[in-house]
Design a protein around this ligand. Structure first.
Ligand code: NAD
Length: 502
């Protein structure tokens, strides 16, 4: 029988190997297709038990000094650095992305932990002395209590780390509900928090599906929810969470465009399109999915990209391949069906990954890098977020047509423009309705000290992840107006009106 992947409660795996969970889901190694584990799916009662622990632990954690909290953050950073390869191996084993890329994911998460080490500076309030006779006003930011983080399959380490270190540094307790497709990384993160000296109950994991998510969204003691996943679920999480009085940031799906102007360095643009289109098998929320070529760029750029794609090795992420498998067989079949639909609708399949010969086991969930040219905005391969290694080339006559195309798309996560014209780039960054913009940079993921987030159907709520917006999301402001009597200060006396004197 395959290994059980349990929850994390009170500083330990819960339950251990027994008793058996009432509900569970199979977890696969996508490079072999074999079942590698069974993840417990929490019931509402199990979620309640974990949240109750978190409430108690969170109260004490919020009262713990900033210096002590910060020292745990520094220790977490050190332990994560030491165990980064173990975390990366766990990611590759259940997600399928190649090891190098998994290490890169850990690095990006680590950067948020480093950012959170500086939380005392960011939690400083303001102070105004003498706003009136003997009266001072000051502001403070306080922890919310228990916050939930609900994460997607595609970044099992980085996405939880966008939120968890910041929430904990701000004095909250966290319940993480990771994706049931690659749940093991969450337990390694929990071990690392424990090793760093975080008190039991401040970081918790409930494994599960919609049942666990709904329990968190409606739980009286969960004060905020940070969600990342597909747009329909993000919308649902936002609406349900806010209807239950919670603060919610729900990051949704994406369809990212890379615009190439005729004056761009086409060799560099071809490199960028390949890296950003096929890294992590296109299962990145910032992957480039639509390549918008302003005439006459496509005739020269498409062959340059095809040439590079011919050199990519698809295979087991542990064997030094360029690109791994897709996360599940169902997802692989769905992505391949979009290629079929695009071809049927009249797009030309320039590079076809459907018959790829992988460097990996026969049962793996393989789909090779694929490029479709002459894609139209009405085709499903363009309208839908397909989340796989498929690059669609759209041809447009002008910069204005490219901008209109990008802005007409309902998603607004990331975009990039490739050009040598600084004026055009500046116009684009101003006019495009997208949250993260790259200029000759295909995947413009902000550093941890900026905030990450899209626009339109890519984000519900008004706070982006990490950076100062993260600190703001995980705390609430309080303003104190204070007056201490001193012998030389006259008593204000009775006055039923608002004061008029200054
Ligand atoms: P998903 O929406 O299927 O799942 C995300 C989380 O929601 C998981 O924890 C899952 O268990 C839970 N969930 C799924 N269905 C649910 C339902 N009906 N009710 C309640 N909870 C539910 O997403 P995924 O397939 O795991 O991840 C890929 C998606 O995430 C893509 O759309 C991608 O663009 C998006 N994503 C976005 C960002 C971003 O920053 N905007 C980052 C990473 C991934």
């Amino acid at each position: 029988m395959s290994t059980l992947i349990p929850h994390w409660r009170a500083g330990a795996r819960w339950p251990g190997t027994t008793p058996e969970p009432e509900r569970y889901a199979d977890v696969h190694d996508p490079a072999t297709g074999q079942v590698s584990g069974r993840v417990a799916l929490a019931s509402g009662a199990e979620v309640d038990a974990v949240v109750a622990d978190a409430v108690a632990a969170g109260r004490e954690w919020a009262e713990t000094s900033l210096s002590r909290r910060t020292s745990v953050l520094f220790a977490f950073r050190e332990v994560l650095v030491r165990r980064r390869e173990e975390v990366a191996a766990a990611i590759t084993a259940e997600h399928g992305k190649v090891l190098d890329d998994a290490l890169g994911e850990v690095q990006r998460g680590l950067e948020v932990a480093e950012f959170a080490c500086g939380a005392p500076h960011l939690l400083k309030g303001g102070f105004s002395e003498g706003v009136s006779s003997g009266v001072d006003v000051y502001s403070i930011r306080q922890a919310l209590g228990v916050v939930a983080v609900i994460s997607p399959f595609n970044f099992p380490a980085m996405v939880p780390l966008w939120f968890v270190p910041v929430a904990i540094a701000c004095g909250n307790a966290v319940v993480l509900k990771p994706s049931e497709k690659d749940p093991s990384t969450s337990l390694l993160l929990a071990e690392i928090w424990a090793e760093a000296g975080l008190p039991d109950g401040v970081f918790n994991v409930v494994q599960g599906d919609k049942v666990a998510v709904d329990s968190l969204l409606t739980h009286r003691d969960v004060k905020a929810v940070s969600f990342v996943g597909s747009t329909p679920v993000a919308r649902y999480v936002y609406e349900t969470g806010t209807a239950h009085g919670k603060r919610v940031q729900a990051l949704g799906g994406a369809k990212n465009h890379m615009v190439v102007l005729p004056d761009a360095d086409l060799e560099a643009a071809a490199d960028a399109a390949v890296s950003a289109g096929f890294g992590s098998a296109g299962e990145r929320c910032m992957a480039i999915s639509a390549l918008v070529c302003v005439d006459p760029v496509a005739d020269r750029l498409v062959p340059l990209i095809a040439e590079r794609m011919a050199g990519l090795v698809t295979g087991d992420g542990r064997r030094g391949s360029d690109m791994g498998p897709l996360v599940t067989a169902t997802h692989r079949d769905k992505v391949a069906s979009y290629v079929d639909a695009g071809a049927e609708a009249g797009a030309s399949v320039v590079v076809d990954g459907r018959g790829v010969q992988p460097d990996g086991a026969e049962g793996g969930f393989w789909l090779g890098p694929t490029m479709l040219d002459h894609v139209e905005t009405s085709m499903s391969v363009y309208t839908d977020e397909i989340f796989g290694p498929v690059l669609s080339v759209l041809r447009v006559p002008s910069y204005d047509a490219a901008l209109d195309l990008v802005n007409a798309n309902p998603y607004g996560n990331g975009t990039a423009i490739f050009t040598h014209d600084g004026g055009a780039a500046r116009r684009f960054q101003h006019e495009v309705e997208v949250g993260m913009v790259g200029v000759n940079v295909p995947i413009p993921v902000p550093m941890a000290y900026y905030s990450f987030g899209g626009w339109k159907s890519s984000l519900f709520g008004d706070s982006h992840a990490h950076g100062t917006e993260g600190i703001h999301f995980f705390t609430r402001g309080k303003v104190v107006t204070s007056r201490w009597p001193t012998p030389d200060l006259p008593r204000p006396g009775i006055d039923l009106g608002f004061p008029q004197h200054r």
